[in-house]
Design a protein around this ligand. Structure first.
Ligand code: GLV
Length: 310
């Protein structure tokens, strides 16, 4: 069987994938986009993003194995073949994103940015403006990753709410859903964490109108996709005080160009799309398992619903 690995600025490491998959599927032929060979040989493609033409000539393609949790990048190709698509659902990745989210919330909640500024000027000063009520965190999206982030923050006694497509019944969590529930959800959220899939419905969901619905102070923590946010509206909200701060692992455009205002705002922290890296060592089991399943004519796991795009 022939597998083609397409590296990307987000998911690279072809040699690691080759080595980890070879252990699990010793008979496979592993190709990379540098040496793709005859596209008609390719039966499985491993990729994070597809550009137009990625699948040209792959007349024997059996499945696409996305190398990430989010598959929006595949739908960039209007020629995306009609074969099954599976995505990565890896507890290790989710745990990394839990750690990143908890850090980001605490950056603002425990004023680490403010203390860094005080340290820079050599000032020993303690802010003592604690609220008695637990801080309200709102999770946009509650999938495999959102559920773990929510549970971790609940364990730290944050007051967690979620906004999802359809209503959820989660113990101890206020559930908001659908377009009608969005503004009410935002109205009570001080720490807004975006973990949504990027789809035509969620693109630009954070814009001047929705950001203005947040109470003060409010902070945006985005580890989903830059496309969820209208960047010009975010900059404006940060400049005007509508938003007190933002912690961004993803941006639009990505990477941000030199000199972009977000780079230098004191109330913004940026990391380079690294909150939940795809780890070949932990993800290869499910990729190999899905290939074995497809070869045996059994359904793959973690299949993407093409209508929903996640
Ligand atoms: C990374 O962004 C992923 O979707 O896995």
């Amino acid at each position: 069987m022939t597998i083609l690995f397409k590296a990307d600025s987000v998911v690279s490491g072809a040699e690691k994938w080759r080595a980890t998959l070879k252990q699990r599927l010793p008979d496979m032929a592993f190709r990379t986009s540098d040496e793709p060979g005859d596209p008609a040989d390719v039966e499985y493609v491993l990729c994070f993003r597809a550009t137009p033409g990625t699948f040209t000539g792959m007349t024997n393609l059996k499945a696409i194995l996305a190398t990430g949790a989010g598959v929006d990048g595949l739908f960039l190709d209007p020629g995306l073949p009609e074969c099954p698509i599976a995505r990565i659902v890896d507890p290790w990745m989710a745990e990394q994103m839990v750690g990143w989210s908890v850090y980001a919330v605490h950056h603002f909640y425990r004023r680490f940015g403010d203390y860094a500024a005080l340290q820079a000027e050599g000032t020993w000063f303690e802010y003592d403006d604690w609220e008695a009520a637990p801080p309200k965190v709102g999770l946009l999206g509650y999938g495999a990753i959102g559920a773990k982030v929510g549970a971790a923050l609940q364990a730290l006694r944050f007051d967690v709410a979620t906004w999802t497509r359809s209503p959820r019944d989660i113990p101890g969590v206020a559930s908001f859903s659908g377009p009608d529930g969005l503004m009410a959800f935002l109205g009570q959220t001080h720490f807004l964490i975006c973990l949504l899939p990027l789809t035509p419905e969620t693109e630009g969901i954070l814009n001047a109108r929705t950001l203005a619905a947040l109470p003060k102070p409010a902070y945006l923590i985005n580890l989903a996709r830059g496309g969820h946010v209208v960047t010009a509206d975010l900059v404006q909200a940060l400049q005007s005080g509508t938003l007190a701060g933002a912690f961004l692992d993803v941006t639009e455009p990505e990477p941000l160009p030199p000199g972009h205002p977000l780079w230098s705002m004191p109330n913004v922290r940026i990391t380079p799309h690294c909150s939940g890296p795809t780890n070949a060592a932990t993800a290869a089991d499910q990729v190999a398992d899905n290939i074995r399943r497809a070869e045996a004519g059994r359904p793959m796991l973690n299949l993407v619903d093409r209508g929903r795009r996640y």
